[in-house]
Every structure is written in C-alpha cells, then in structure tokens.
Write a protein that binds this ligand. Sequence first.
Ligand code: ZN
Length: 514
Amino acid sequence: MSADLALVNANVHTMNPDQPTAQAVAITKNKIVKVGTNKQIKQLISKNTKVISLDGKTVLPGLIDTHIHVADFGRCLLWLDLTTAESMSDLQSILKEKARQTPIDKWIIGRGWNQNRFKENRMPTTSDLDSAAKDNPVIIYHESAMICSVNTKALQLAGVTKQTSVPKGGSIDKNPKTGEPTGILRDSATNIIWQAVPEPTINELFEATSLACKKITEAGLTSVHWLVLSEIELPIIQKLNAQKRLPFRVNVVVPQKLMGKMANFDTSDALLRFGGVAINVDGYLDSKEAALLEPYSDEPNNSGKLLCTEEGLAASFKQVLAAGVQPIILAMGDKAIDTTLNVIEQTPSQARFRIEQAAVLNKNLVKRLKKQNVVVSVQPKVISTEFTVWSAIKRLGKERARWLHPLKTLIDEGVKVAGGSDCPMEPLSPLLGMQEVVLRAEFPEQRLSVEEALHLYTLDAAYASGEENVKGSIEEGKLADLIILSSDPNAVVPEKIKNISVEMVLVNGRLIIF
Ligand SMILES: [Zn+2]
C-alpha cells in the first residue's frame, strides 16, 4: 500500500494516550493510515507519495472551536478596525479616509477604540465624529463592545433625542448643561442605534463570511461548531460548500426556532453535519440576566431569571432528541444549571448533553455534571473578560466567583471540557484561548496545564459532539485533519503560545499551506 501524503521528521503530538508522540504520519485520501517512526512511514512511500519533511516542526490534531458565530465574524470583518488609534486625531483620520471611500448616507461601522489608549483620555463624542464624517451615519464600538459612540446623523436616524427614554440596563450620556445626548451610549442603550443600522445585503454577507472562513483556517481550526443566529446563514453555508470555499468541517447548530429549516439542509457532504439545537435556559451574567440561586451580590433584589420552566425544557429536549441531534444548552447561572440537570436527570436518553458556559457552579453541580456525563463547553477569553471588563467578584461575591468557570476542578472531577472562542464577541485564536486557561489571572488554582488546554481544543472538543472516534487525535483510521505549527505549545513560555504560527493545515486530507 502506498500513501498519498507522508509527513516525516516531525514532532507529532498525537493526543492519543497509547502513542503520545511520533516522528511521522502517513495519509491516504482523507484518512490517517499510519502513525510511527520515519522508518515505518518510509515503507508507505512510493513515487506517487507527496513527502513533506518538517524539520522537527510540531504536528497536532486539527483544532476544533465548539462555539463560534461565523457569519457574525464575517459581518465584523466589514467593520472598520480602530484598535490602532492612539489619539482622537488618529481615530478621526481613519474615519475620514473611510468616509471618502463610502457613498453618502451609507453607514460606517467600526470597533476597537479604547480611550485609555488616547492621549486625550476621553471617549469620542458626536462633535469628534461629525468633524471626520458628517455625511455618513457613524457607529463605532469600544473594544469591550458594551459602549458605542455615534455621530449626529446616526442619532437622527435612530431618533435619539434628549427625550428618548433609557432602556433597562443601559444609559445614554447627556450634556449636563443642555441635556442633549453626547453620542455615547452604554450597554443595552447601544441597541437603540444598532436597530437603525440596515442589514448587509446577502452578497455582502456571503463574501464577508467567506473571508471569515479563510481566517478561521489560518488560525488552525479544522472543525467548527457554527452557532447560527439567523436563517440567512443556512443558504450561505450551503453555497460556500458548493463553491468549495468551506475549508473546514462544520457542525451546524441552530436555535430551536430554526429547527424546522434543517429538513431542507443538505448534509450529504463530508464537511457538513447537523450538530445540534441551541436551547437558552437563562441570559448573560454581564447584563445580570443569568439565573442565580442567590441574588447578585451588588443587587440584592435581583437573582436573574430563567427563560423556561422544567416542563418546557423537558419538552424541548424531547423534540431535539427525536430529531436525532444534540441538545446544546446555554446556561450561565447556578440556578439555570441546576434546572438543566434536574431535567437531564429525568430524561431517559443515551444522548450526550452539553452545556455552553456553565459559568457559575458549585461542588454539588460539578458532581451532578460528572454523573450525567454532561460536557461543559467554555470560551476561555470570555472568562478573562468576566473578571476584567465587568467585575465578576463584585457581582457574585468572592466565594461564588471562586466557582465561576472552575475548569481545573471540572477536569479533576472527570467532566469533559471543550474550548471555543465565541468569536466575534471575543478573538478567534484557539492558541490565545489555550494561553488564557494556562495563565488565568484570577483564582490561579484553576489554571490548566498546556496538555489540558490542548485537550480542550482537540480530543475533548471532538467528544463534545460525539465525534471522538473519528477526530480529535492523530490515530490510524481517524480523519486526516491536522495542523503544522512553527513551535510546540509545550516547549514555549506560556506567554508566547498565542504567537505560535500555523504553517499548514490538513482538512479531510486536503493540504493548505500558508
Ligand atoms: Zn455565542
């Protein structure tokens, strides 16, 4: 037998406990056919084999992101990048240039400014933005995405005046003398403007999503769990695949309201799979909508709220399981997780349940997660945002915050933990995600080893969707999904894991070299 592709002289980190390292890998069609020494692989090399000598470079299983919004990531790529602005005039010249290239009246959307980087140390207001771009409505988000600045035209189109009532959980900054809005809106108030921004055309969204796919591959991801937010994304996924512009495997995850649409979704291609249905049990911690067993420490009358009853959740599980797919439960607060477990404990099923985030836990909930074999899918960059952007310790109190994403405790108890990005809310990079869990700043007792961090994005991510027998490690018979890195994450200082470059990606046996 001769292989199609042989990777030799490599540092192969297989994630297979029976054979943790190897020198070489042989691939035929879309499968790994041999993992071993250079000498063993040589026996499979013929004149038809493409041989790549890797000079000691690291080969890992292809990385898997279990929580990403690909089309939204595409949308954000259409936006102006303001992360480089170091002053108000920097920001204004970026805006001015964009306005020059943009037809009058078309919205300009940007993201990434931070007044702490500006020498003026203040947030941009309408007059700052008007002087750079007055003929286009402008909305630019702070890097936290929780604050936006807008110009006069945007305020007018959104109908925001000094009389506009402020929505719950938000604020509109006003000039103390005139009472007029300054153009700075916070938290839920940012939605008032966002609602006035028109959707991109389907063509714009298609091209942007295709660009997002390219960036996802460059980050070393060979599989994603694509959390669909709107119906328009389904034909986009099919068209990308038909045009061979989908360079990775996709587990399509839809909200319950779109479940019916999946009847017409073609999953005959090897790269596409109907991965599951997302079910929301509560809201987010940052807006205090996560359901807690005890009130928020900084708001004694508020414990958040459940979005469904136990009966409702049981009915949802039944419907999703009957369709033969995985229930993917979004539960943040301890009360939401408790409710979810109550229902799982009463559901007769061999299905592999999975909870996204499962943010606020306690000892008992961890034990119950283990007992029910529930997978916890986390987004490591979200964890650091929770502690730094809004103070989780203030919101939950120190004792409860200790149980906010206790990843090490979960893994030590035997709960499978999978990693994702929640891109575009947080950066895409899985290597950055690994670095975050290895270097976690708050409650460092919950830090993971590099090896555990690798599990999050490989074998345990494959386990999260019940695919651990076909991917997630470099083993004979598994799918030929792997990546080649400039350095070994185990061999660099943890602060530099995010800087490792992805040099090649192999998806379903197809090689992409950067
Ligand atoms: Zn998300």
